[in-house]
Design a protein around this ligand. Structure first.
Ligand SMILES: Cc1ncc(COP(=O)(O)O)c(C=O)c1O
Length: 383
């Protein structure tokens, strides 16, 4: 245990597996640990889309804190309207209504509630190996949760899991009883596993045929991480609802549920709510993150460097690369944990995943070529 871990252990619940580093501060794509400068290919669970201490985010934080650092949804705010405008501006066609919340799980919880309410159906389908969060409904659609940590005596609706990339099973399972299918097109925690586009298309078509809603969870993949504003775009999808969080506030906690006008018209005052969701600080940062991604052409940066990385990273322990953009999984011939430790010894932080053979990369969208080269050289070096 390092010093910070010992301090945390005094009173904090010990429920997290933690990395063996102490971070004093962070700037750009670097974590500072004493004299060490560690390149962050993990991005704090994919949150640090613009890295750390980004001048535009700092300026927006200061400006908004000075103007008004909190106000609830009982008061309409220009800053909230602007964040919603910006988000709808980059969202897949048809998703023109926004509900701001605080976490990915909360956004999914609301999406699932809307699906059950508006369809009058009680069955949700999710995907094997998917992760959607830890609240009652989000965890109910998370693969493996029921057997390990779910904890509630029952799920709030019926749930079934579709095997990944099995078109025949998906078509057989989606029927007139299905309220919604929820999926991550690039499964993050599962190791950046990018689903077969034909499978995703078949699910979308089956949902349309049977009047089931399609919910795309872009909590991890959204807001530029895959080299598109949203990964749904890469799959040609027009979901009924889309959830996003993590990168959305660049580190300030917030999430959003995007939905169609048609669904929005079915909701009335009082149907959804939150105290902190849509707070002015979060909203100022949402607008800033989206603007910086546009201004600095970060989607192009992600696409270019991802293509280079996908080629050059197949070296040393890495046998294949999966995923899209900067949501990548390096399949390794030895345990991902060992590769993670070997890279950390060389001042490079990468993530692991629920697949023990896959190292996960979720770097800031501001990453540079030199960082990609450093990672690939280190991979070759550790053999
Ligand atoms: C795809 C996906 N959905 C939902 C969640 C839950 O988000 P949060 O931890 O903000 O509740 C996560 C978190 O890792 C995620 O990766």
């Amino acid at each position: 245990m390092n010093h910070a871990q010992q301090s945390e252990a005094r009173h904090l619940l010990q429920v997290y597996a933690q990395l063996p580093i102490e971070v004093d501060s962070a700037e750009g794509v670097y974590l500072h640990s004493g004299a060490r400068r560690i390149i962050d290919f993990y991005g704090g669970h994919a949150v640090a889309a613009l890295g750390y201490a980004h001048p535009d985010l700092l300026a927006a934080l200061r400006r908004q804190a000075q103007d008004m650092y909190f106000q609830s949804n009982a008061v309409a705010l220009e800053v909230r309207a602007q964040a919603a405008d910006a988000l709808v501006g980059i969202a897949p066609a048809g998703l023109s209504r926004v509900f701001f919340a605080n976490s990915g799980a909360e956004a999914n919880e609301n999406a699932l509630r809307i699906a059950c309410r508006t369809t009058g159906r009680a069955r949700i389908l999710a995907l094997e190996h998917g992760f959607h969060g830890r609240t009652a409904a989000s965890a109910a659609v998370t693969w493996g949760a029921a057997k390990s940590w779910y904890g509630f005596p029952r799920a709030p609706f019926d749930v079934d899991f579709i095997p990944r990339d099995d078109i025949a099973r998906a078509e057989a399972m989606i029927d007139g009883e299905t309220a919604a299918v929820i999926l991550e097109v690039v499964q993050g925690l599962a190791g950046a596993y990018d689903l077969d586009p034909a499978f995703v298309t078949a699910i979308a078509a089956a949902c349309r045929r049977h009047g089931a809603l399609l919910i795309v969870d872009e909590v991890q993949s959204g807001v530029g991480r895959t080299g598109a504003a949203f990964a749904a775009e890469l799959y040609g999808l027009q979901p009924d609802m889309l959830t996003t969080a993590k990168a959305l506030g660049g580190g300030f906690p917030c999430s959003a549920l995007l939905l169609t006008e048609e669904l929005a018209a079915r909701l009335k005052s009082g149907d959804l709510g939150t105290t902190f969701g849509g707070g002015p600080m979060a909203c100022a940062l949402v607008s800033t993150v989206i603007e910086v991604i546009r201004r600095d052409r970060l989607l192009e940066n992600v696409r270019t460097l991802s293509a280079e990385l996908q080629k050059a990273a197949v070296t040393g322990p890495v046998t294949a690369v999966q995923g899209r953009g900067f949501l990548l999984g390096l399949r390794c011939k030895r345990p991902a944990k060992d590769v993670q430790a070997a890279l950390l010894a060389r001042d490079i932080l990468v993530g692991t995943s629920s697949d023990p053979a896959v190292v996960r990369l979720l770097p800031p969208l501001t990453l540079e070529r030199q960082h990609v080269q450093t990672l690939c050289a280190a991979l070759a070096d550790i053999g």
